[in-house]
Design a binder for this molecule. Structure first.
Ligand SMILES: Nc1ncnc2c1ncn2[C@@H]1O[C@H](COP(=O)(O)OP(=O)(O)OP(=O)(O)O)[C@@H](O)[C@H]1O
Ligand SMILES: [Mg+2]
Length: 232
């Protein structure tokens, strides 16, 4: 059982092996770190080094083989499946690399998807419109994903991830498919919203320019997570 500060993300000795026909494949070994609300970290590392695997574990989507992850002293893997789904929906925002928007829904409807289940305080429609404006898409609010550019879709995915004001925001290559100027814009937006909501932000990226904007930087190599620097 984790002790200490409320709202902390605590990652203790997390290891991950995937079963394969040739035996277990080790992807993460003994990953340990803590983050407090208001902290932002970038994770870099070569393709196949386990970055997405680590994000899925932190997001309660994939269990670790050993070790624990707690957010505000809750270990999602100790909850039953409905409890874990509720926890993920209310406390964790996930921006997937391929944004995973619903093609038949408008920008506004996509942003509102996480509010369809669970109790929601306040006027979600007004807050969704505010977030859509905040990500610069006020004039595209009725567009469907097929009527948006790559950078615009990524910004919708960020607004959707933030609609429940999650304590933890996880982003897998949030600027991976974007040109340099759209990537810089999305990165700026991410940091700006992170500061406003005081969440814990962790972004996986291949971009040294994006990683350089984060106060904390980690690198995954040889299954281990090492501190790669701090300060922008
Ligand atoms: N379900 C699975 N079963 C077996 N092996 C897997 C599974 N998922 C991922 N792997 C392997 O684990 C390793 C890490 O995968 P992961 O997707 O975490 O890498 P990554 O660092 O995100 O790479 P990329 O930068 O290419 O996205 C890879 O070698 C991959 O082949
Ligand atoms: Mg990946």
């Amino acid at each position: 059982m984790a002790t200490g500060n409320r709202n902390m993300l605590r990652v203790s000795s997390v290891s991950k092996d995937y079963p394969t026909p040739r035996g277990p494949l080790r992807v993460l070994s003994d990953v340990t770190f803590d983050m407090a609300p208001g902290n932002a970290a970038a994770i870099t590392g070569p393709s196949g080094s386990g970055k997405s695997s680590l994000l899925y574990i932190l997001g309660g989507l994939e269990p670790p083989s050993s070790g624990t992850v707690t957010l505000d002293e809750t270990n999602p893997f100790e909850l039953d499946a409905p409890g874990r789904a509720r926890f993920r929906n209310s406390d964790i925002g996930f921006v997937f690399q391929d944004h995973c928007l619903l093609p038949q829904c408008s920008v506004l409807e996509n942003v509102l998807v996480p509010t369809l289940v669970g109790g929601n305080g306040g006027d979600m429609d007004a807050w969704a419109r505010e977030l859509v404006a905040e990500v610069g898409l006020g004039s595209r609010i009725d567009h469907r994903p097929g009527e948006l550019s790559g950078g615009e879709k990524q910004r919708v995915a960020i607004a959707r991830a933030l609609i429940r004001r999650p304590r933890l925001l996880l982003c897998d290559e949030p600027t991976g498919n974007l040109d340099a100027s759209s990537a810089a814009h999305v990165a700026e937006l991410l940091m700006d919203l992170h500061r406003k909501q005081e969440n814990i932000l962790i972004a996986v990226t291949h971009s040294p320019a994006l990683a350089g904007q984060f106060p904390m930087r980690f690198e995954l190599s040889d299954n281990a997570l090492v501190r790669a620097g701090s300060g922008p």
